[in-house]
Design a protein around this ligand. Sequence first.
Ligand SMILES: *Cc1c(COP(=O)(O)O)cnc(C)c1O
Length: 402
Amino acid sequence: MAQNTTPLFNTFSRAPLRFERGEGVWLYTESGEKYLDFGGGVAVTSCGHSHPHLVDALKSQAEKVWHLSNLYEVPGQERLAERLTEATFADKVFFTNSGAEALECAIKTARRYHYSKGHPEKFHIITFEGAFHGRTIATIAAGGQEKYLEGFGPKAPGFDQVPFGDMEALKAAITDATAALLIEPIQGEGGIRVVEKEFLKQLRAICDEKGLLLILDEVQSGVGRTGKFFAHEWAGVTPDIMAIAKGIGGGFPFGACLATEEAASGMTAGVHGTTYGGNPLAMAVGNAVLDLVLADEFLQNVRDVALVFRQGLAALKDRFPDVIEDIRGDGLMLGIKAVKPSSELLFAMRAEHILGVPAGDNVIRLLPPLTITADEAREGLKRIEQAAEALSAKAAPSAAQA
Ligand SMILES: *Cc1c(COP(=O)(O)O)cnc(C)c1O
């Protein structure tokens, strides 16, 4: 159906691909064509498509009860929260339906913390240029990107932004009204920009010194994506509050806000809520995802395959300097910075039946399922190589003409 006659909002420019089935790292179109899914529905399909353990968990919960609301106790929530708090810095968990809502909860938790300590004026949150925290009114203000703010009325107050990685600017931006710092350990949509471990350590130290809360947005980098359960573990620091989503649901839409007991102390009965958050279906899938991700070999596999993949991509960069400018990222959260418009590389990859995800800074994100094997990574590398070759060859005749 043509773009202008679709009854859907025109907010997305979609690829003309119609997938009807997925298995592991593969997606199959209605006409039976096979694609290697290195986009993972934007870092969501952490356990691959149709993982039997997740399918079983969802089916068996579907036969019991779908929805209860938070008027009642939900055993799946208690179990998942216990497991999340046991495996992380956190003592408390609030379940949401999406990443943006997890961030909304994180922002409210930080503001409410200072309010409950008698400091209602401390509601400002400092964020970093290139950030992405979601598409709600508050989270577009937090992200601070003009392209997402334009036309939606006044920017929600209380978000101050500083340049990426600029410690001096950050220190200068802190005032008596500052409540928290909010950062993605690796900017995803911003173009796979990794925050230096040392920088994260300094953020932790500044928060401790000034009585600020450190909020991490691990919606994309979390749940095994970088080869640790959460990306901040590589830096050896912990946040006070953390937003997660994407990978924790493995394709079932849900998220969570995690916090220490102290940071969550302002979130008392009735101050926040959700109808669907922590729904039994979501909790069944989330617990099944953790069965896999927290098993011994899972994160080791991510690290092993990431090494193969990373080395292969580095070799492609050396071979095609006219196509690939840079390879960045950590674990299986990788980005190819293209020389020419990255959309050309994405199209060339699609022609080789491999999917990636566009990002800022002229980058293509590669976010395959974390269950990927080394052989599947090599198959992906082969297809990316063919795509690069096609673009490189295309450049040759015009160079010869010039
Ligand atoms: C995707 C994403 C979000 C928003 O999550 P939604 O589920 O789309 O609301 C927030 N932060 C980061 C880092 C993300 O990658």
